[in-house]
Design a binder for this molecule. Structure first.
Ligand code: SF4
Length: 102
């Protein structure tokens, strides 16, 4: 027989499982994003490079990792960029659209 307590426990467990599944799906989506190619026309248009030290930058220490459009986590080697939807950029990279963080 299904008691009220048992029903509430089942409902709470179901909500927890859905939450965990949602978090895993979002993580998988971020991890599945393709790395932006330097040969992509959109990347070329803003002179994107995967190694910022090979670009004439202003400011000199600017990289994707400290750009206001970068959405990766601190310490990650790659991450999403608002300029290139559904693509990841290299944290050590750079492009001419670099913007300071607010
Ligand atoms: Fe990197 Fe910023 Fe250019 Fe995106 S906009 S590629 S994060 S420098």
């Amino acid at each position: 027989m299904l008691t009220r307590r048992r029903l509430l426990r089942s409902a709470a467990a179901a909500v927890s499982l859905v939450s965990v599944a949602s978090v895993r799906l979002e993580s998988a989506k971020a991890a599945d994003a393709q790395l932006l190619s330097v040969d992509d026309p959109a990347a070329k248009a803003v002179k994107y490079v995967e190694d910022a030290t090979k670009a004439k930058r202003d400011p000199a220490d600017s990289t994707c990792a400290n750009c206001g459009l970068y959405q990766g986590k601190t310490g990650d080697k790659t991450g999403p960029c608002q300029l290139f939807p559904k693509k990841n950029v290299v944290a050590a990279g750079w492009c001419s659209s670099w913007a300071p963080q607010m």
